[in-house]
Design a protein around this ligand. Structure first.
Ligand code: ATP
Length: 296
């Protein structure tokens, strides 16, 4: 299955939430959707699921518009979460699975399987509101998975999770993607997105600013040069063409360096300030790229 987001636009009154957003999420792909607060991620995902209408553009799954029938095949984890706090975990998951078309016995076995996989099987008889926030989130993920969806759309599934829960969530998403399901998730944890996703999309103020593989985007961004010159004063690299100081702390400077710039000239300038203990060139991280895109 391929999820295609095609030229979506959406306004809320005078606020332009989306302005011609397009990208696709391919079979077996874990796609990271990143952007600042208010950039348009939730709006895009809600339109993708069909719970919000776009002003223009459309969403297709393998070329078919997302109607009620197609929507039942999508697993969705909404940002505002959507569980009934007073209902027991097992009953709730089984109910949601049946809403998505599973028989009662299929639902019971899917609930057993997913709650075991997510480490919450002992909590089946507890009400949702008696669980920790992290465990509630695992239940929310189980709710998105119990009906064996063809597509997974997850709005900030990692927010608020402890490192162990992050690992469990990551493993399940990778596993689902490997089984051929397109998985899209939004996150502000860019190191995690860089580690997990092959392709990402960066949205800013309702426009897609970059879409591609993490490797291609990193290779195309400005390199980072780390220089440790303990006696170098703040701003020592200012004025060098194609060079911008990203940070300077206790003689350790991170420079952003445009393609084709002569790093030996930078080294010479650093040496003029005193000894240089480190001089290393790195590809920009996803966080670096994100900052560049958002600042542009
Ligand atoms: N129901 C609404 N009514 C009015 N404006 C809205 C509504 N929902 C979203 N917006 C606005 O639309 C824009 C996009 O919001 P959206 O929630 O899609 O961003 P986001 O990228 O998911 O942000 P976050 O990372 O904070 O969750 C923002 O300017 C937001 O204030």
């Amino acid at each position: 299955m391929t999820l295609t987001i095609d030229n979506l636009s959406k306004r809320y009154g005078d606020t332009v939430a989306l302005d011609g957003v397009s990208f696709d999420v391919r079979p077996g792909e874990l796609f990271g959707f990143v952007g600042s607060n208010g950039a348009g991620k939730t709006t895009t995902m809600r339109i993708a699921l069909g719970v919000l209408a776009a002003d223009a553009g459309d969403v297709r799954l393998d070329g078919k518009p997302v109607d009620l029938e197609v929507r039942r095949t999508i697993g969705y984890m909404p940002e505002e979460r959507g569980l009934y706090p007073k209902m027991k975990v097992g009953a709730q998951l089984s109910y949601l699975a049946q809403l998505h078309g599973l028989s009662k016995s299929e639902a019971i076995s899917a609930v057993q399987r997913w709650t075991e996989r997510l480490g919450i099987a002992e909590r089946l008889g507890d009400t949702v509101d008696s669980l920790s926030l992290g465990n509630q989130q695992r239940v929310q993920l189980a709710a998105a998975l119990v009906h064996d969806p063809n597509v997974l759309v997850l709005d900030e599934p990692f927010s608020g999770l402890d490192p162990v829960a992050v690992d469990v969530m990551s493993e399940v998403l990778v596993e689902k993607a490997h089984s051929g399901v397109p998985v899209i998730f939004s996150s502000h944890q860019l190191d995690l997105v860089q580690r997990l996703c092959r392709r990402v999309g960066i949205i800013a103020a309702g426009r897609m600013r970059a879409v591609g593989t993490v490797d291609d985007l990193r290779a195309g961004g400005d390199a980072r040069l780390v220089v440790h010159a303990p006696q170098a004063p703040t701003g020592w690299a200012d004025g060098l063409p194609g060079v911008t100081t990203v940070e300077h702390d206790h003689g350790r400077t991170v420079l952003s360096v445009s393609a084709g710039i002569d790093d030996q000239q930078i080294l010479k300038t650093a040496l003029e300030t005193g000894p240089v203990h480190e001089f290393s060139l790195h590809q920009p991280s996803l966080t670096d790229l994100f900052r560049e895109v958002v600042a542009a």
